[in-house]
Design a protein around this ligand. Structure first.
Ligand code: E4P
Length: 227
């Protein structure tokens, strides 16, 4: 499962990219609005931090086919290869995805709440499909269950489209989809950090260091060997 950061805060992204094995960054218009700065500058800075080989997801803002295609062309021209254009999974979006596929522009069908939406964007030729786990939960359905259903539909219909599970509230949701083997998940920095936030782990690491220091030879192997 690929793991991506769902945020546009460049400081948080810089820290996570330095420490965690992440595959890229996803954004949407609301996430970019939270950064409260020019969205193009934000996206350029993110691209610089993650590098040209990492995945960057940028959403087309218009809701009509022509506008989506225009945004998609402009986005890929500006942010280069490995930039995937998120297109809302509505009928105008299905048409845009089909045209963009012909142009060789990579897309992700986003705003996915139902398995049938996922099937249709996959059939239209999207590279990724992004179901919103937490938002589905909030509608009274089982978000993780819907994502698994989508993964089954893609697998059983021999479709190449990858699931990009999104909208997570907690790390357990990410973990159960990782166990299921979905293609990718994108989560906010606090959800990613919570995957390994555990007092027992920190205590175990501290104990190893303390025990070694108590030996009285030095604080590290290198310190002893360099003497
Ligand atoms: C990512 O592709 C989605 O746009 C995002 O995860 C939605 O998250 P939210 O439900 O927390 O806004």
């Amino acid at each position: 499962m690929k793991l991506l950061i769902d945020d546009a805060n460049v400081e948080k992204i810089r820290k996570l990219v330095a420490e965690y094995p992440v595959d890229g960054v996803t954004t949407n218009p609301s996430i970019l609005a939270k950064a409260k700065r020019n969205p193009i500058e934000t996206l350029h800075e993110i691209r610089e931090i993650i590098g040209q080989d990492a995945l960057l997801f940028v959403q087309a803002v218009p809701t009509d086919t022509e506008g989506m295609i225009k945004d998609a062309k402009a986005i890929t021209k500006e942010f280069g290869q490995n930039t995937i254009v998120k297109i809302p999974s509505i009928p105008a979006g299905f048409a845009a995805i089909r045209e963009l596929k012909k142009m060789g522009i990579h897309t992700c069908g986003t705003v996915v709440y139902t398995p049938m939406q996922a099937y249709l964007v996959a059939k239209a030729g999207a590279d990724y499909v992004a179901p919103y786990v937490n938002r589905i939960d909030n509608m009274g359905y089982d978000g993780v269950g819907v994502v698994k259903e989508i993964q089954n539909i893609l697998t059983n219909n021999h479709m190449d489209t990858e699931v990009l599970a999104a909208s997570f509230k907690n790390s357990m949701q990410v973990l159960s989809l990782c166990e299921y083997g979905v293609g990718a998940a994108t989560a906010a920095p606090d959800v990613i950090e919570a995957l390994v936030k555990n007092a027992a782990i920190d205590q175990a690491v501290d104990t190893f260091v303390d025990d070694f220091k108590k030996l009285g030879y030095g604080d590290s192997m290198a310190e002893i060997l360099d003497k």
